[in-house]
Ligand binder design. Structure first.
Ligand code: HDD
Length: 713
């Protein structure tokens, strides 16, 4: 498909214009009460005498305190911690062959979007770097109404049926007796649940992989997870899986690094997204679709309705059909990011659901949760949630109603108002549900086509590079190491043997456990329902591919350093020319540079100029950067050799496999660290060109170093 260049627009898009009347700014204005009364004294309450009691009459104090007392709303039960941005989506070519969705027809049209990223398990104030799934929720403000693609950064889910969602979430959230641990799955209840829910094993592989600790929200994929339907103008339906492909590639941090970032800057992802947009490095993703003809529904060794399965890209290629650009930060976190309400049930003509039992449950849950979270069925009137398409119906009243509906009638059909507002025909954009034939008994049960719980977990593990596998092993050792009950650990080791025996053995070794010759059958822990035969026993089905390179992050895009953060370690006497050249070349390649020095303010270069310091060693940390450069300059190098924080900075950056460059006397500093300077490390550049350094940074990490790790950082 031809890729067209889309350039961000500076003017407000349709949604931003729609938000504009709701914005407020106090510049050059008087301070007022909520009733518009100008306030003369905002420092003191009204009292009976200077030293007397405060008077009940003080309506200004009462209004202020009352509003403050009610400032908080319930946080989301899941995905509480999040950050969002505005932008637009533009399709490359009309998708009319597959769907009549208006926003997927015209390559000349930009559809406004608001995208919220999130972690799942933690509270609103929890760290960004938790090992967790990331939410990736996109609201398209289309001319046919809002379309929400409420996905995650992993293409599958832990459970197959919405019936299990509250149980699963209760298991992963902090334990109910002591509210520990925050934003972490490394505890007994989570692993107890998954150790007897084999359907979760594919997603467990993803969650234990580095996908769960992204370098940036801008560097992760997004997935619609479920199979949806596209419907074209002729009424023909195809199945579709949605993907978001980041143009910067898919990159992660190291687990040790993630834990340190959580202390140094718990807002790391939030800040990174905000700064990237403020600096004009707009995050971009291509929307990808995997399309399956209706007649091919049963051609896969898994059920398309099963949300614990993906369609390997090597079996059905991902067609990249358009681009999304995030180019504006919200004006107000609460009004926009917190109050935005997503719902997989917000669809437009041309898109429809399938019977995926997880999706079906979600279709209930999202409106329901907004009622308690946002407090009223009028949450669609909150500015960020308002569609740009006109809204006319007979829904009325309720808490905080904003719309002033005129006219005598609030019912349809009617004669008094000439039948208005009236139903829309399909050709007028009226939505009709896809007419799917259903002829079945009503049962509470699960299809046997959902019972292959391990084959795709194995496929994922097989598809990982050696380094990625080691990271999965270490993640499992870490997580299960935090589990206090040995029987849960043992059960997990047993269940891992079903995925890969060597994986189970490596995890077991770390836990000091034997690998059971015959793993316990998890199903033994579920009391069968009345009349139920044991139907949940996992069964393996041969997959179409045994390896899917698309699943490995090691095969991702590695051709850009755009928006990467590079630390320059400097002190008085630094070689100013070297700094200037390296900085200019890095900036030209799109990277960002910060000067770190023993003190804030300015440092003097060897040439006698002054350079502004961005951070002192006290505030800076290697884990907040992608690469390190130590320029020459004798006095500077001598000072850094005596600066333990500088040496630690380099050791730690090396341990986390980052590119490190030194020029001139910078080598002296390197020699004072634990690093091996004589070796053949492609990520360690001694007196090499800025071009070489840029190429090394673009590789993201030199993970091979982990195998020979001798750095005690
Ligand atoms: Fe969900 C929020 C994604 C299964 C019930 N979900 C929520 C958000 C994302 C997802 C990204 C945050 C939206 C935002 O930023 O405001 N959820 C998923 C994905 C799922 C999934 C990709 C599986 C494929 N969710 C799921 C199930 C249920 C829910 C099975 C319930 C039956 N999800 C909710 C919720 C939330 C939510 C309780 C909490 C806050 C909200 O909806 O607005 O309704």
């Amino acid at each position: 498909m031809a890729k067209k260049k889309v350039t961000p627009i500076a003017k407000l898009n349709a949604k931003q214009e729609n938000l504009a009347p709701h914005t407020e700014e106090g510049v050059d204005q008087f301070l007022t009460t909520n009733q518009g009364l100008r306030i003369n004294d905002n420092q003191n309450s009204l009292k009976a005498g200077e030293r007397g009691a405060t008077l009940l009459e003080d309506f200004i104090l009462r209004e202020k305190i009352t509003h403050f007392d009610h400032e908080r709303i319930p946080e989301r039960i899941v995905h509480a911690r999040g950050e969002a941005a505005h932008g637009f989506f533009q399709v490359y070519e009309s998708m009319s062959k597959y769907t009549k969705a208006g926003f997927l027809q015209d390559p000349g049209k930009q559809t406004p979007v608001f995208v919220r990223f999130s972690t799942v398990a933690g509270s609103r104030g929890s760290t960004d770097l938790a090992r967790d799934v990331r939410g990736f929720a996109v609201k398209f403000y289309t001319e046919e109404g809002n379309y929400d693609l409420v996905g995650n950064n992993m293409p599958v889910f832990f459970i197959q049926d919405a019936m299990k969602f509250p149980d699963f979430i209760h298991a992963v959230k902090p334990e109910p007796h002591n509210e520990i641990p925050q934003a972490a799955s490394a505890h007994d209840t989570f692993w107890d649940f998954v150790s007897i829910a084999p359907e979760s094993m594919h997603m467990i592989m993803w969650a234990m992989s580095d996908r769960a600790i992204p370098r940036s929200l801008r560097m992760m994929e997004g997935f619609g997870v479920h199979t949806f339907r596209f419907i074209n103008a002729a009424g023909k339906s195809s199945f579709v899986k949605f993907h978001w492909k980041p143009l910067l590639g898919v990159h992660s941090v190291a687990w040790d690094e993630a834990q340190k970032i959580s202390g140094k800057d718990p807002d790391f992802h939030r800040r990174d997204l905000w700064n990237a947009i403020e600096s004009g490095a707009y995050p971009e993703w291509e929307l990808g679709v995997q399309i399956v003809a209706e007649k091919d529904e049963h051609k896969f060794p898994f059920d398309l309705l099963d949300p614990t399965k993906l369609i390997p890209e090597e079996v059905v290629p991902v067609m990249r059909i358009g681009k999304m650009v995030l180019n504006r930060n919200p004006d107000n976190f609460f009004a926009e990011t917190e109050q935005v309400a997503f719902h997989p049930g917000h669809i437009v003509p041309g898109i429809d659901f399938t019977n995926d039992p997880l999706l079906q449950g979600r279709l209930f849950s999202y409106t329901d949760t907004q009622l308690s979270r946002l407090g009223s069925p009028n949450f669609h009137e909150i500015p960020i949630n308002r569609p740009i398409a006109p809204v006319h119906n007979n829904q009325r009243d309720g808490h905080m109603r904003q719309t002033i509906n005129r006219g005598e009638t609030a019912y349809e059909p009617n004669t008094i108002s000439n039948g208005c507002p009236y139903q829309a025909k399909m050709k007028e954009g009226g939505f009709t549900s896809y007419e799917e034939r259903i002829d079945a008994k009503k049962i509470r049960g699960r299809s046997s086509s959902f019972f292959d719980h391990f084959s795709q977990a194995t496929l994922f593990y097989n598809s990982q590079s050696e380094v990625e596998r080691t990271h999965i092993v270490n993640a499992l050792r870490f997580e299960l190491g935090k589990v206090t009950r040995t029987d849960i650990r043992e059960r997990m080791v047993g269940i891992l043997t079903q995925i890969d025996k060597s994986l189970a053995l490596r995890v077991a070794t770390g836990l000091g456990l034997p690998v059971p010759s015959k793993p316990e059958t998890p199903i033994n822990h579920i009391r069968p329902a009345d009349g139920e035969v044991r139907r949940y026993e996992p069964k393996a089905v041969k997959q179409q591919v045994i390896n899917s390179p698309a699943l490995s992050m090691s095969n991702t895009v590695k051709n850009t350093v755009k928006s990467r953060q590079i630390a320059f370690l400097t002190a008085d006497g630094v070689a100013g020319k070297e700094v200037a050249k390296m900085k200019a070349d890095l900036l030209a390649a799109g990277a960002q540079v910060q000067l770190i020095a023993p003190h804030l303010g300015k440092i003097k270069t060897a040439e006698g100029d002054h350079l502004e310091v961005d951070q002192s060693f006290l505030g800076a940390a290697s884990v907040l950067f992608d690469a390190v450069y130590v320029p020459g300059g004798k006095t500077s190098a001598d000072a850094l050799v005596k600066e333990p924080a500088a040496l630690h900075f380099i050791n730690e950056a090396y341990k986390h496999c980052k590119a490190i460059a030194v020029t001139g006397d910078g080598l002296k500093v390197l020699k004072a660290t634990y690093l091996e300077t004589e070796g053949n490390d492609p990520g360690l550049l001694i007196n090499k060109s800025s071009k070489d350094f840029i190429n090394a940074i673009a590789q993201h990490r030199f993970w091979e170093r982990e195998a020979i790790d001798t750095i005690p950082a």
